[in-house]
Design a protein around this ligand. Structure first.
Ligand SMILES: NC(=O)c1ccc[n+]([C@@H]2O[C@H](COP(=O)([O-])OP(=O)(O)OC[C@H]3O[C@@H](n4cnc5c(N)ncnc54)[C@H](O)[C@@H]3O)[C@@H](O)[C@H]2O)c1
Length: 387
């Protein structure tokens, strides 16, 4: 069996605090790589490496001519020095950002902060490397600026496009796997940051009842459905709901209980390895939509598959953010929210339906079906990806 090795792994040590950071290029395609920057206490090199690999698969899934990469900093994003450390990390990686690495937000970082810091250090955009090599490089900066500054329900398009894609994927998967229209489904979501909150918002717009939502402080629950628009103003920049402002119509339970609800769909949209050998037996849903990257361990995914529970893999379900940049760089796509959402609906909706069809025809998991497709289309899969 061939083992997969990334192209480059670096370890960075902040000269002022000793905090560690990591940068991994999984692979370059046409000289490019793309992937956001994660900040969380306890992050290690291996997590960044796995995330970089997921980016390669995701970018390929949305037909972006770019390999995957990821940055990561082992630090608490809520600590006062977080943005100073992020700035030093970005400065240290300036040559990559200028030459080949397009980056953006991830768990614990925000697009607006990354953009502001990069401008301060003389890099015009987090995707500068992609812009410079674009055949219409003179048109792209204004188009990107216009698109990325569009306001969507008080949030930016970058913040919500991944969640929009999660909702699209969930809608199609619910039809195929559950035989249900999305309007008749229920869901529980782990995470209420960029991805969790926007997935919740768009799922609710489609008619899904969101029964439970967790954040880093705990899980809140309301059997007849949480009104997402009421909850959005109560969360901090990092997606933490202010409990002092929370109505008592919500039942509060332990953070880890998000997994226990008897709902149609579970949507992990926060941390890696959220569904693992220790809690997988508690899953009652027939469908898991991976809003987060790597939220299900391989062991847990196998256990779910053996129980007939379908997992829509991260590199399909949460490819909306990558798809946004694909659409923004494709001058054929109309420069509007409708144009972008039309593109994401087509790319992610079709991918979800296709992989579920392949999974059913070949008797394999949705992840294996998606990897089979990528290998067929691009030769991207290695033996180490087979489940
Ligand atoms: N932001 C993007 O553009 C994007 C795109 C694709 C995938 N993702 C993935 O989605 C996931 C979430 O990213 P994000 O940008 O929404 O992060 P975020 O920092 O905006 O929000 C994270 C949320 O998770 C919650 N959380 C943290 N630890 C938790 C725990 N132990 N239990 C329950 N909740 C917890 C936080 O309170 C917050 O609500 C990550 O896996 C990320 O890689 C993000």
């Amino acid at each position: 069996m061939l083992l997969h090795h990334p192209l480059l792994k670096t370890e960075w040590v902040d000269p002022l605090t000793g905090v560690k950071g990591y940068f991994v290029i999984d692979r370059l395609l046409s000289g490019y790589c793309g992937g956001g920057i994660r900040m969380r206490k306890g992050l290690d090199a291996q997590e960044v490496e796995r995330l970089a690999r997921t980016m390669t698969l995701k970018l390929s899934m949305v037909d972006m001519p770019s390999g995957g990469a990821k940055g990561g900093i082992d630090y608490d994003p809520a600590a006062p020095e977080a943005l100073d450390i992020l700035k030093r990390f970005l400065e240290a990686h300036r040559p990559f950002l200028q030459d080949c690495w397009a980056t953006g937000e991830d768990l614990g970082t925000k697009e607006a902060d990354i953009h502001r810091i990069l401008t301060e250090i003389g890099i015009q955009s987090p995707v500068q490397a992609w812009i410079e090599k674009h055949p219409n490089a003179e048109l792209v900066p204004t188009r990107l600026k216009n698109l990325l500054s569009l306001d969507v329900e008080g949030m930016t398009l970058v913040d919500v496009s991944t969640g929009y894609g999660v909702a699209v994927s969930a809608k199609h998967a619910a039809e195929v796997i559950l035989g249900k229209a999305i309007q008749t489904t229920t869901a529980a979501i782990q995470g209420f940051g960029s991805v969790g909150a926007s997935a919740a918002l768009y799922l609710q717009k489609l008619g899904c009842t969101i029964v439970a939502i967790s954040d880093v402080l705990g899980t809140i629950y309301k059997e007849d459905g949480i009104e997402i628009k009421e909850l959005l103003p109560l969360r901090s920049k990092l997606g933490v709901i202010d409990r002092t402002l929370l109505d008592d119509k919500y039942t509060r339970v332990d953070r880890e209980q998000w997994i226990d609800f008897n709902v149609d769909m579970l949507i992990p949209a926060a941390i890696a390895d959220a569904i693992h050998a220790g809690n997988v037996n508690r899953v009652q849903s027939k469908l898991v939509i991976e809003g987060a990257n790597l939220p299900t361990t391989a062991e847990a995914e196998k256990a779910l598959y053996d129980r007939g529970i379908c997992v829509i893999p991260d590199f399909v379900a949460n490819s909306g953010g990558a798809g946004l940049f694909g659409a923004a760089l494709d001058l054929q796509v109309e420069e509007s929210i409708e144009g972008i959402y039309g593109y994401l609906e087509k790319v992610i909706g079709n991918a979800t339906k296709r992989i579920l069809k392949t999974a059913s025809e070949h008797g394999v998991s949705a992840r294996t079906a998606a990897l089979m497709e990528l290998q067929r289309e691009t030769g991207i899969r290695r033996d180490s990806d087979v489940d």
